[in-house]
Design a protein. Structure first.
Length: 55
């Protein structure tokens, strides 16, 4: 799901194949980069919480 969110932020044909698919028409703005970093940090935090709770 987070990959799709990242692709949507980049407006790259909504393909979650990678952070910046080859031929991505968008430019990575500072704001976009910050949103992507926030998504990745949130995912990392949630995965850690799941591990701590035995999931």
């Amino acid at each position: 799901m987070y990959e799709a969110s990242i692709a949507a932020l980049c407006h790259c044909d909504n393909s979650p194949s990678g952070l910046y698919p080859e031929g991505c028409p968008c430019e990575q703005t500072k704001e976009t980069h910050e949103k992507i970093e926030m998504l990745l940090e949130t995912r990392k935090f949630l995965m850690q919480k799941l591990k701590e709770n035995g999931y």
